[in-house]
Design a protein around this ligand. Structure first.
Ligand SMILES: NC(=O)c1ccc[n+]([C@@H]2O[C@H](COP(=O)([O-])OP(=O)(O)OC[C@H]3O[C@@H](n4cnc5c(N)ncnc54)[C@H](OP(=O)(O)O)[C@@H]3O)[C@@H](O)[C@H]2O)c1
Length: 313
């Protein structure tokens, strides 16, 4: 597949937090990708008409259907060679069927499962982390059951926008109240990616099948410690933030309590504890192999400026 060129791309979950950025970057990369389609739900057609009409104006085909209907998905796959899943956590379980149908289809050859976060296979402890289970099973499915389809997994660490936008329980910046909360001692480096850079990374992967087919790719806009981010905030704001350091033992007990209670906060707690303990730093990034120069990606300075100015994401 080294010389493979995606000619018709179909994205699932395109209208979500990260899917939006991925589709916007695909559109920006036109004419690299002659046909871009998205598969969306009737609910999103009703709730996000402006986004869909903006994309239609840009030449994107919008297919409306139910991701749990084999008929709808088969119809959508007709003529598609590359599928990109950006489905949210609540829909990750539906990917197994999407992958099976893609594998059976006559045209789909390349599939990007919904990853775009922490590597669920980072180290031996990753196997036991609850939020990783669906993503690990998808990787296993590709390794053991899939015949005609190649995967690419894009690992990007935490999105800087969402990471700073946390709270005092599991870390975050609250500039309105001049406060910050950091986990542990705040010195653990983390590989962060800005959301638009996730889209750029995905486009770069599509444009370089020789680098990306069958691979787990790891990218980051920048790798910095929470204390370095705090220092950048204070420099740009011109004043100190009242900063609380949350002990990792407190994070772990709260994380356990939320899992026991079935709270959605549990996933946030686990992922933030993983990031605060070295789970989003890598021996080697694929930025260079993908042609992602530093100048193309957000810097810490730019990311903090965007957050201080309240830029929507
Ligand atoms: N690195 C990070 O910091 C970070 C943060 C958040 C998420 N992520 C990862 O990014 C990926 C995408 O997450 P996201 O937050 O972008 O997704 P999201 O906004 O929650 O959902 C994406 C789209 O999936 C579709 N969908 C269909 N059924 C769904 C269901 N039952 N539950 C949720 N979504 C459903 C919807 O699109 P349609 O209606 O158009 O079909 C929705 O707009 C996930 O793998 C997630 O783990 C990473």
């Amino acid at each position: 597949m080294a010389s493979f060129k995606p000619l018709h791309i179909l994205a699932f979950g395109a209208t979500g937090n990260i899917g939006k950025h991925i589709v916007n970057q695909l559109i920006r990369a036109t004419p690299s990708f002659p046909r871009i389609s998205i598969f969306t739900s009737p609910n999103t057609v009703a709730t996000k008409p402006e986004l869909l009409s903006q994309w239609k104006d840009a030449g994107v085909s919008v297919i409306v259907g139910d991701i749990t209907s084999a008929e709808d998905v088969k119809r959508a796959y007709d003529g598609v060679d590359t599928a990109i899943s950006c489905l949210g956590r609540g829909a990750l379980e539906h990917q197994f069927e999407l992958i099976r149908l893609a594998d059976e289809s006559e045209s789909v050859r390349w599939f990007f499962p919904s990853e775009y976060g922490t590597d669920p296979d980072h180290d031996p402890s990753s196997a036991f982390e609850k939020p990783h289970q669906f993503k690990r099973r998808v990787r296993k499915t590709f390794a053991e059951d899939v015949k005609n389809l190649k995967p690419t997994y894009l690992v990007v660490g935490p999105y800087i926008e969402m990471w700073v936008d946390g709270d005092e329980t599991f870390g975050g910046f609250d500039i309105k109240n001049k406060k910050a909360a950091l986990l542990g001692d705040g010195d653990q480096p983390i590989g962060f990616t800005a959301m638009e850079d996730v889209g750029k990374g995905l486009v770069a992967a599509l444009q370089r099948p020789e680098v990306s087919v069958g691979k787990v790719l790891k990218i980051a806009s920048f790798t910095k410690s929470p204390n370095q981010i705090l220092a950048e905030y204070e420099k740009q704001l011109g004043y100190k933030l009242d900063t609380k350091y949350v002990p990792l033992d407190d994070v772990k007990s709260l994380e356990k309590k939320f899992w026991d209670e079935g709270s959605p906060r549990a996933v946030v707690g686990t992922l933030r504890r993983i990031w605060a303990t070295g789970g989003a730093v890598y021996d080697k990034l694929d930025n260079e192999a993908l042609g992602l120069d530093e100048g193309q990606l957000q810097s810490l300075e730019e990311a903090v400026r965007n957050r201080i100015q309240g830029k929507p994401f």
